[in-house]
Each structure stands twice: as C-alpha cells, then as structure tokens.
Design a protein around this ligand. Structure first.
Ligand SMILES: C[S@@+](CC[C@H](N)C(=O)[O-])C[C@H]1O[C@@H](n2cnc3c(N)ncnc32)[C@H](O)[C@@H]1O
Length: 299
C-alpha cells in the first residue's frame, strides 16, 4: 500500500484521551482502529498493561495500524465490522470492556486513494466499499447500475439530503441504459448534467459531496451498522465504563444523541455534552470541521 507522510490526522485526539481517561489495566475496544492514531495516544496512557482490541473492516488500515502500534504488545487486530464486536469479545473469552471508541466514517487515507472511489476529486472505480475484500457487498457502481429509480431517490434524499434527487436519478437511469457506470468521473459528469449550477463551484462541490456521502452510506450500510452496535454495546460495557463516539454527519449524530437522551438512567455525559473542533483544529485538518464527539459513562 502506498502511504504518504500524513495518512490521517486523528480528530479531537486530546479530547478523546481526556474523555475516555484510559488507565493501566483497562480493556479498551476501538471499533474504528483506522491508522491507529487515537490508539497510539490511548495506549501511551496504559503503561503497557490491559488490552486494546482494534477492529477495522479495512484490511489496509489494519496493516498500517499494526506497523504503527508494534511497540504495544497488548493490542490485538480484528478484521470485522464494529457491529460484530460481541463476536470478537467471545473469541477472546471476554464479556465486557472498560472503554469504547468509535470514530465513524472513512479515514483521509481511504478518501485520498483514487482506487477506493470515495473521492469526487479523483478519478477511480466507483467502489466505496470500506472492506474491499468483501465481494458480496455491492459497490457504488453496482448500486447505481441496478437500483430502481425510486430506491436511488431515497438513497440520495435520505443519506445525502440532496434536493431534487429525482433529477439525478432520472439522469442515472437514462445513462445506464446505454453504458453502465464505472468511474467516479462518470458520476460527477452525470451530476453536472442533472443540475444547473450556474458556474457556482461551491454549489456543485456541495452536490458532489452529498451524492458521494449518500452512496458511501448505502454501500457500507453505515446507519444499520451503528444501529446494531448501539443495540448491543450496553450489555458489554462495564459499569463505570466509558464510550466516546465521534460522528461526522447529522444522520449518525442524531442517532447517537437520541440513543443516549432516551437512557438517562443508564448513561451520563462526561464533560460537555457535545465536543466540537476549535477553529485552529479545522485549519490544521479541514476534514474535521463537522466532527462531534460525545463521551458518556455507564452508570
Ligand atoms: C475515521 S477512521 C478512524 C481513524 C482512527 N481513529 C485514527 O486515529 O487513525 C474510521 C475507520 O473506521 C473504519 N470503519 C468504518 N466503519 C466501520 C465499521 N462499521 N466496522 C469496522 N470498521 C469501520 C474505516 O475503515 C476507517 O479505517
């Protein structure tokens, strides 16, 4: 795998470490290990004790974090989705953990790899699977080439909050009759054909971002993953244990917010209810601007 000097800047790093307050001996579950940036900082507080279970569905992320974290012998690496975390615990003979971290979405490295198809700024295959080894998962091209027009409208409206989604769905359905969609450029071209942007580049970029986000959420079933995780994790977090979740768009943030709001007898916030990046953070890492961190303790 090709790696640039900065693969991914970990979002709200000091706030995650302070919020989770890792202690030597803790068992920590990281459901989105990525490039191991949060993991490295958290492990630095654990004095070589305890366990750190790193899950990621992207094998390239696991390879990279394995190299980064080789100094820490208490880390184990698991190629799973985070919604399958209970299976990982069972395999390790564990029933509960002390701390959990979810840093949702994709990493900068994944976005920057043209071959993964996440970016509208790079031409590549329309893939968008976080687990590119999972041949049973439909790629973004498969979705565009086979979903009904109504299904496409629902995907763009629900997951991308795209106005007039029917216009794009019309274009896609007409286009695919002559030639199947294959590349990210095919898709950006179709978006440009569907809407009148009046030379307004930022409006066009916004539409690109909404469409790509919608397809990524659909391909990776991101909301279903989060729902399944939220339904199961409370039974596997120790009393007094903490969970930190970083969301990047309103759909997942709403789910997390409502989940905890409905359970005041089971979870209490640690510090501020919502922690957001400062202006300086967003200058250093513009991709973190929509991040929201919630840290809660199980009562
Ligand atoms: C924002 S990055 C995490 C970055 C990491 N915290 C760091 O500091 O390097 C999100 C990672 O979570 C993974 N991921 C997203 N959804 C997942 C899921 N449902 N199950 C497992 N891994 C997932 C992605 O493949 C990606 O590597």
């Amino acid at each position: 795998m090709k790696a640039g000097p900065v693969q991914h800047i970990s979002v709200l790093l000091p706030q995650v470490v302070t919020g989770l307050d890792p202690k030597p001996g803790d068992i920590i579950l990281d459901g989105t290990l990525g490039f191991g940036g949060h993991a490295e900082a958290i492990l630095g507080q654990m004095a070589g004790q305890g366990r750190y279970l790193g899950i990621d569905q992207d094998t390239e992320a696991l390879t990279s974090s394995q190299a980064r974290l080789q100094a820490f012998s208490q880390v184990s690496f698991h190629h799973h989705t985070f919604s399958e975390f209970a299976q990982v615990l069972q395999e390790l003979g564990l029933s509960a953990v002390d701390k959990i971290l979810l840093d949702l979405g994709v990493s900068s490295w994944q976005i920057d790899q043209a071959s993964r198809g996440f970016s509208f700024q790079k031409d590549g295959p329309l893939d968008m699977r976080m687990d590119s080894t999972a041949s049973q998962i439909a790629t973004a091209a498969d979705v565009i080439n086979t979903a009904s027009k109504d299904a496409l409208i629902t995907i763009f409206e629900t997951y991308g909050e795209l106005p007039q989604a029917y216009k794009l769905a019309d274009t896609l359905c007409a286009w695919r009759q002559t030639k199947p969609f294959e590349t990210t450029e095919d898709l950006t071209f179709a978006i440009k054909k569907s809407y009148y942007f009046n030379n307004n580049r930022s409006k066009m970029m916004k539409a690109f971002a909404q469409v790509f986000q919608a397809l990524r959420i659909e391909v990776n079933q991101e909301l279903a993953q989060l729902t399944r995780f939220l339904e199961t994790f409370p039974d596997h977090l120790a009393v007094g244990g903490r969970i930190a979740i970083i969301t990047f768009h309103s759909l997942e943030d709403r789910m997390v917010k409502h989940f905890f709001k409905a359970r005041p007898e089971q979870f209490k916030p640690v510090g501020k209810k919502v922690i957001q990046p400062t202006y300086a953070d967003t200058v250093e890492n513009p991709r973190c601007r929509s991040a929201k961190l919630r840290v809660l303790e199980k009562i």
